[in-house]
Design a protein around this ligand. Structure first.
Ligand code: MSP
Length: 624
């Protein structure tokens, strides 16, 4: 049986933060469990490389878009490697294999009469690359991200999405697992109560050239979302490898964040249906990682990078935390306190402690030899039954896409085993010379550890390898072996006890929390802030966002490049007093050396406001 799971393709406009890492890690964990259940798994991830967002971020870095993508994609590949993600395929939308499929798909739809050309006038959100109707716009802002929308007049190509609206409603109603969790399904059905508009699927090259040209009109490029969604079929052979495509499609699960629910559960199934292809089986939308009630994200400036977390806490600990702390489908808060709590309580106290005490006792009472699997007492039988029940629950929760609950079941096994050790008190059995019972109790505890090393394997492969090496466990890592009993070889000498999950000391915890939230005065004083007067402001040629500003300070003038050109015209800034960071290392942007950075404020709706002074203070005045 096959299982084909995908993650979204991440935009190459910034390096991955733990929001992206969450989707990819959960996808990896689910796939590893499916492999354990005997499925032939195909796990696809990749990067979304066309469109305005990526073009803009390339521009800001002074690179051409392809060069920019080739560099930034490495950051994703490295991050996934660091997080121990085992994908089967990584697709980039700039790859030839993908571009060919996009062209073919567009050609099919065009020939069928599902694509037409029309003049359009309306609101457009640049960051989201989406058109909005008058009704949808909220106080001049994009209903999705809250940023300013622009009035655009353009001729474009449109896909007859509205034609398929009633088909989609029926499909969702008849396929209960098509959109999960149920709240998201209801959300989409609610959205579909309104008349669907046709979808604008092109952008004129005069405005945006970074995309796949339409095969039937090279003056236009394909809308980035249509391009990107098609990756799910282009990676698995659509239109070029029939046998692969027939085997893997429909995808079993598109795992996404709730921010991209409409594109996946409205545009995508309709596009597929129009192409004569069945929709995926399930689209699962998880919630967001929040920091102090705000979505974590690059544009909000509150992104936590997986690299730093893994360095500080270890890869398995972070994988565990991500999977454990977000009730799957709902939002979760990220904080260092919660991370430390989880590591200390469950990993160190429950699992790590169980491992260390059992292995130590075997060394103490049996010279490190795995004891024999002798006749068992009631306590042992009860624990064995409890673990089997829990493992069945874990399996069920995984297949119902509920990894958080599956991990709750797993930690229950560890806790119950710790209670079992307290109850049976091997130290007393040893003192009283009850050798046979002692052997039975400790063998049982070892077997449970072996089961845990399988059950936790998809989440914490490195730590589980240590447990398995210590126990000399050699059986295949499958649900079957996790449910079996007596697979450890009595008589073998086991490895030494070690501390699997060192506790995070309160001090380290405090330092990390403080480091994440507060800086010292010394840190602040490292940043030199001054008031300057913007003497000459002009656009950087060939860019939409960049402004070149000559700034007067006390007795010097400097050039800075600022990315505010889409919000401020040069004349809006000319003559203003602006606040600058003056001791930044120079950066070369589009061939211009920028010596400093101006300050602007951005609220969580994306409104941006330049910082100026309320008096005509002398240029060069220090900001303290
Ligand atoms: N490129 C599109 C997706 C195209 S799929 C055909 C895109 N990319 S993205 O880089 O913005 O990444 C989106 C995904 O990253 C979200 O759907 C979600 O899976 C993940 N996350 C980004 N920020 C997140 C949080 N703060 N919390 C949890 N996941 C988040 O949209």
């Amino acid at each position: 049986m096959k299982f084909y799971l995908t993650t979204p393709l991440y935009y190459l406009n910034a390096e991955p933060h733990i929001g992206h890492a969450y989707t990819t890690t959960i996808a990896d964990i689910i796939c590893r469990y499916y492999r354990m259940a005997g499925y032939d798994v195909y796990f696809l991830t990749g990067t979304d490389e066309h469109g305005e967002k990526v073009a803009q971020s390339a521009e800001e870095r002074g690179k051409n878009p392809q060069e920019h993508c080739d560099e930034l994609v490495q950051k994703f590949i490295e991050t996934w490697k660091m997080l121990n993600i085992k994908y089967d395929d990584f697709i980039r939308t700039t790859e030839e294999r993908h571009i060919r499929v996009v062209e073919k798909a567009l050609q099919i739809l065009y020939k069928k009469g599902d694509i037409y050309k029309a003049h359009y006038e309306g609101w457009y959100c640049i960051p989201d690359e989406r058109f909005w109707t008058e009704k949808e716009v909220v106080d001049g802002k994009c209903p999705l991200c809250g940023r300013e929308v622009k009035w655009l007049k353009e001729t474009n190509y449109f896909f007859r999405m509205s034609k398929y609206q009633s088909w989609l409603i029926n499909w969702i109603e008849e396929n209960k697992n098509f959109i999960l969790p149920v709240i998201r399904r209801n959300e989409v059905l609610g959205f579909l109560k309104n008349q669907l508009n046709d979808l604008c699927i092109s952008r004129p090259k005069t405005r945006l050239s970074w995309g796949i040209p339409l095969p039937f009109d090279r003056d236009f490029v394909c809308y980035v979302w249509v391009d990107a969604l098609l990756n799910y079929v282009s990676a698995v052979g659509f239109t070029y490898d029939d046998s692969k495509f027939k085997y893997l499609w429909p995808a079993d699960c598109h795992l996404i964040g709730k921010d991209i629910l409409t594109t996946h559960s409205v545009y995508w199934p309709i596009l597929l249906h129009a192409l004569g292809v069945e929709p995926p089986k399930t689209i699962f939308a998880h919630g967001w990682w929040m920091i102090k009630e705000r979505k974590m994200g690059k544009s909000l400036g509150n992104a936590v990078l997986p690299e730093n977390l893994v360095k500080e806490y270890g890869v398995d600990e972070i994988r565990y935390f991500l999977a454990r702390d977000m009730a799957f489908g709902y939002d979760a808060t990220f904080s260092f306190e919660l991370l430390h709590k989880r590591i200390n309580a469950e990993l160190a106290d429950d699992i790590g402690n169980l491992f260390q005490r059992v292995v130590s006792m075997i060394h103490r009472y049996f010279d490190g030899t795995i004891p024999s699997n002798t006749a068992q007492g009631t306590d042992e039988t009860r624990l064995k039954e409890f673990s089997t029940t829990m493992i069945k629950k874990i399996e069920k929760n995984i297949f119902e896409l509920n990894p958080t609950q599956a991990l709750e079941n797993a930690v229950e096994i560890a806790r119950e085993t710790n209670r079992f050790i307290e109850r049976t008190a091997p130290w007393n059995l040893h003192k009283n010379g009850e050798k046979q019972r002692l052997s039975s109790v400790l063998y049982t505890a070892c077997e449970i550890l072996r089961k845990l090393s399988i059950i936790y394997y998809p989440v914490m492969p490195q730590k589980c390898d240590i447990i398995r090496r210590t126990l000399r466990a050699k059986e295949p890592i499958t649900f079957e072996s996790a449910k079996s009993w007596g697979l450890l070889a009595s008589g073998e000498i086991m490895g030494e006890p070690i501390s699997l999950f060192p506790k995070i000391s309160e001090k380290k915890g405090r330092v990390a929390v403080e480091a994440s939230e507060k800086i010292s005065m010394d840190d602040f004083l490292k940043v030199e802030l001054k008031v300057g007067v913007a003497k000459e402001v002009e656009r950087v040629e060939g860019t939409k966002k960049l402004l070149k500003i000559k700034v007067e300070l006390d007795n010097e003038e400097r050039i800075i490049v600022a990315g505010l050109g889409d919000i401020y015209a040069p004349e809006d800034i000319q003559g203003k007093r602006i606040v600058l960071v003056t001791n930044l290392k120079p950066a070369t942007i589009k061939g211009i050396e920028s010596n400093g950075m101006l300050l602007a404020a951005e609220d969580n709706k994306g409104t941006i406001s330049l910082l100026t002074t309320d008096k005509e203070i002398a240029p060069g005045a220090k900001v303290r």
